[in-house]
Design a protein around this ligand. Structure first.
Ligand SMILES: C[S@@+](CC[C@H](N)C(=O)[O-])C[C@H]1O[C@@H](n2cnc3c(N)ncnc32)[C@H](O)[C@@H]1O
Length: 308
């Protein structure tokens, strides 16, 4: 039996000791991080959530007609399960599986959804998408639709995204599908504003990862010595989030330490921005075909339905 906290500690310390230090974005999501992300979704600068919602409001009925009712929806990175409500109204599944790494937040959100859809056979799976993707053993194989909204796929670099999409493909039979939200390339100022909001909520979300890391590893990051940085990397077509040391700072943890010099950064997140045709190619490589895409008027975001 592996101890999840020991595994997390090993991974985090290994990443902090790299020359290009990093923290995996899944560590954003302790209870506080999940609540902060929910606040981000309401910010005026953060267009992805409202744009994806608008696409579903405009095209949801058309999307719903392409998906069998009475099947199973498996939502990955379900978060507050808000988008599941809309989808469940549209396609009336018999079963719903909410998957997320943020256990307490997921259980609370799931309770709300369960109350709103009393007839729905409801499952909660607390799991790390970067590891194994195991479904409840009695979950029927027929008519599974994997729902992965929010452009969370954008947090994975292209090889890791291909790996995750290929593992998602193995969750569905020939009659299944994938409904996925992706953020599209657009004006850099719009992208950078979305990750540098005036109220400082994204900065708080980014810095909170250090609190979570302190709790998991026993480290002593002092948050006031770190600064939020977010910018578009044009070559890689991704927003990068980093934490930058504002002074020389020595961080210690059980059995180790590292000196970060003033200006040194810890890379905390990538959010890839796609062209629809490139993403469809990626889906093809993962075994999802016949993709159909719906987008908003400005073509800022897309919702794609693809089949095995
Ligand atoms: C960007 S939020 C999106 C939330 C929601 N789906 C939405 O569209 O607003 C990412 C979600 O994925 C979850 N998450 C992040 N990394 C994960 C991982 N490695 N495994 C499982 N869930 C993860 C987070 O807890 C969070 O709820």
């Amino acid at each position: 039996m592996t101890d999840p906290q020991a595994t997390a500690t090993r991974e985090i310390i290994g990443d902090l000791m790299r020359q290009d230090a990093r923290i995996a974005p899944k560590y954003f999501y302790d209870a506080c991080g999940s609540a902060l992300f929910e606040d981000i979704t309401h910010l005026p600068e953060y267009y992805p959530t409202r744009t994806e919602r608008a696409i579903m409001a405009t095209h949801g009925a058309a999307i719903g007609r392409k998906v069998s009712a009475g099947g199973t929806v498996i939502e990955l990175g379900a978060g507050n399960c808000e988008k599941a409500r809309t989808l469940c109204k549209l396609i009336r599944p018999a079963r719903f599986v909410a998957v997320d790494i943020s256990a307490d937040f997921l259980h609370e959100a799931a309770a709300g959804l369960r109350a709103a859809f009393p007839g729905l056979d409801f499952h909660v799976v607390v799991a790390d998408l970067t590891a194994e993707l195991a479904m409840p053993s009695d979950l029927p194989w027929q008519h599974r639709l994997v729902f992965y909204p929010g452009s969370s796929i954008g947090n994975f670099d292209p090889p890791a995204a291909l790996d995750l999409l290929s593992r998602i493909r193995r969750l569905v039979a020939e009659d299944g599908g994938l409904l996925i939200g992706i953020d599209l390339q657009k004006e850099v100022a719009v992208l950078e504003a979305a990750y540098n909001d005036a109220a400082g909520v994204t900065a708080a979300f980014n810095l909170n990862v250090l609190n979570h890391v302190n709790r998991l590893t026993g480290s002593d990051f002092a948050l006031h010595q770190w600064h939020h940085r977010a910018f578009f990397n044009t070559t890689e077509s991704r927003i990068e989030m980093h934490l930058e040391a504002t002074t020389d700072t020595r961080v210690t943890w059980l059995g180790g330490e590292r000196l970060f010099h003033c200006g040194e950064r810890i890379h905390t997140e990538n959010s890839y921005k796609y062209r629809i045709e490139d993403f469809i190619e990626l889906l093809d490589s993962a075994g999802f075909h016949n993709a159909e895409a719906w987008t908003d008027e400005k073509r800022w975001f897309a919702v794609i339905l693809a089949r095995p």
